[in-house]
Design a binder for this molecule. Structure first.
Ligand SMILES: C[S@@+](CC[C@H](N)C(=O)[O-])C[C@H]1O[C@@H](n2cnc3c(N)ncnc32)[C@H](O)[C@@H]1O
Length: 161
């Protein structure tokens, strides 16, 4: 499998998982958290489809396409190791949907980081809230869900409180 194949699988899986998670959580009113803005493609997808919920973006350095850049009041700048605990103090356990795409090319580093941020993300979800991640997460109290039919195993993960 080429890197192009892996990339395409990741994109297809992200879209399928986000569409599933947005629909599943449509009845919740709590905020949506996008962890890792990057180019802003998934942020753009989420904001096109989410109705009536605030979307906050966590990113350490904004470098997105100007067409996919969140408003400053919805941008939480800094390292998520610091900004996630601050957001828990600010919002409490209210997030209806959290999408994390924080990883780079080094899968081992991504896994180590996923283990570090899992306990920071876990308490932020509201009851019934979903978490979509490009990396396997390590939660004690959330349940991993089967992927949407067009998503590819191992390229995306979905968890529910
Ligand atoms: C793969 S990109 C996200 C791509 C995005 N989903 C898109 O569709 O364009 C990962 C982003 O996560 C950010 N990031 C990685 N580690 C971070 C950290 N510890 N705190 C805040 N942002 C981080 C990086 O700066 C990068 O912009």
């Amino acid at each position: 499998m080429s890197r192009l194949d892996v990339f395409i699988d990741r994109m297809v899986s992200q879209r399928a998982s986000l569409d599933f998670a947005i629909a599943e959580t449509a009845g919740l009113t709590g905020p949506v958290f996008e962890l890792g803005l990057g180019n802003g493609r998934t942020f753009d997808h989420v904001r096109e489809r989410v109705q009536g919920r605030e979307i906050y973006v966590f990113e350490r350095a904004i470098a997105s396409n100007p067409a996919s850049t969140p408003e400053p009041e919805f941008t939480i700048l800094g390292d998520v190791m610091e900004t996630l605990p601050q957001a828990l103090d600010r919002f409490g356990p209210t997030a209806s949907l959290i999408h994390a795409d924080l990883g780079g090319h080094n899968l081992q580093k991504n896994d180590i980081f996923a283990r570090k941020i899992s306990p920071l993300i876990e308490p932020m979800l509201a009851a019934g809230g979903l978490m979509v991640s490009s990396d396997r997460m390590y939660f004690d109290t959330l349940t991993e869900l089967p992927l949407a039919p067009s998503a590819v195993e191992g390229r995306c993960f979905i968890y529910r409180r």
